[in-house]
Design a protein around this ligand. Structure first.
Ligand code: C2E
Ligand code: MG
Ligand code: MG
Ligand code: MG
Length: 286
């Protein structure tokens, strides 16, 4: 709701005042925005951005996360936080996810042709995991581009698993059989235990950025990060830290044995077209 209010507030003042307040008007806003989002997905308004994940020891880029943006004709670039929730509740997340998957594979095709072999990780929503056609879509998309399974990867939040733990596990097992890499996103913000995760065919966890950025000032966050890394390793999982904003935190994570880091210290999300030049110029001065 806050996101929609925000979105509206950025439109012309007069319309905003006219619509402000009341449940009915809120419904009107949602309907209007949903219509616009539907057009955005069908039309050419979505943009693919990406953000690298870097191995802390070697500085090698181990993967790149696909992050969607909406290039709204009047409002400019909108971050996913303002429309993913809406897409989920409007039944638009499935076409959005497939748009991202296709866009990621199109880019992956170009990258592989240029000798840049790096997997692009697509974020899956809870609804995607319940979609019985997910597997077919993924294998069709791979086939269309003649892509090997390691061209893509998927990130799934704990929340997406907890809705339907058994069904989610079956779907992940099927995805894993295709050969794609799977990570648990925003780890630590949900209620899944590492014991449950052990039953899933996952390769890595991504420690949520709230704990990672908290390491700078809070002893509690450092303790959580350290014990999460240790437990994940005991279960044979790799660890990626998200939201790494400083060199100090990157170094600390390296000392704790965390395999990879992602965050503004390395790079902000960038338009996918900029990645080849970025990766050519990147060096890890640890
Ligand atoms: P996420 O998957 O956890 O992605 C990480 C978010 O943290 C990204 O925000 C990224 O820009 C931001 N971030 C990365 N490094 C830093 C840092 O060092 N500091 C800070 N403060 N933030 C950092 P973004 O791109 O706005 O995406 C927000 C969320 O929207 C994502 O969280 C993901 O859950 C969702 N999302 C993005 N793209 C997609 C998509 O294609 N499909 C789905 N289902 N969800 C998406
Ligand atoms: Mg993610
Ligand atoms: Mg995340
Ligand atoms: Mg997060």
């Amino acid at each position: 709701r806050a996101a929609i209010a925000n979105f509206r507030a950025r439109q012309t003042g007069r319309r905003y005042l006219f619509y402000a307040g009341g449940l009915d008007t809120e419904c009107t806003h949602r309907l209007e925005l949903m219509g616009e989002l539907r057009r955005a997905i069908e039309g050419e308004e979505l943009r693919l951005f990406c953000q690298p994940k870097v191995e802390i020891r070697s500085g090698r880029v181990s993967g790149v996360e696909a992050l969607v943006r909406w290039d709204h004709p009047r409002l400019g670039l909108i971050d996913p936080g303002a429309f993913i929730g809406l897409a989920e509740s409007a039944g638009l997340i499935t076409p959005l996810t497939y748009w991202v998957l296709r866009a990621a594979l199109r880019e992956g095709y170009a990258w592989h042709a240029a000798g840049l072999a790096v997997p692009l990780a697509v974020n899956l929503s809870p609804h995607d995991l319940r979609d019985p056609l997910l597997l077919d879509h993924v294998s069709d998309a791979l086939a269309t581009w003649g892509a090997a399974p390691d061209w893509v990867a998927f990130e799934i939040t704990e929340g997406a698993l907890m809705d339907d733990p058994i069904g989610a596990r079956d779907r992940l097992v099927a995805l894993k059989k295709l050969g794609v890499e799977l990570s648990i996103d925003d780890f630590g913000t949900g209620y899944s235990s590492l014991a449950y995760l052990q039953k899933l065919p996952i390769d890595a966890i991504k420690i949520d950025q709230s704990f990672v950025s908290g390491m700078a000032s809070s002893e509690d966050s450092s303790v959580i990060v350290r014990s999460t890394i240790d437990m994940a390793h005991n279960l044979g999982l790799r660890v990626v830290a998200e939201g790494v904003e400083t060199r100090t935190i990157a170094e600390r994570l390296g000392q704790l044995g965390c395999e990879a880091a992602q965050g503004y210290y390395i790079s902000r999300p960038m338009p996918v077209a900029q990645y080849p030049a970025w990766s050519a110029a990147f060096s890890w001065a640890q």
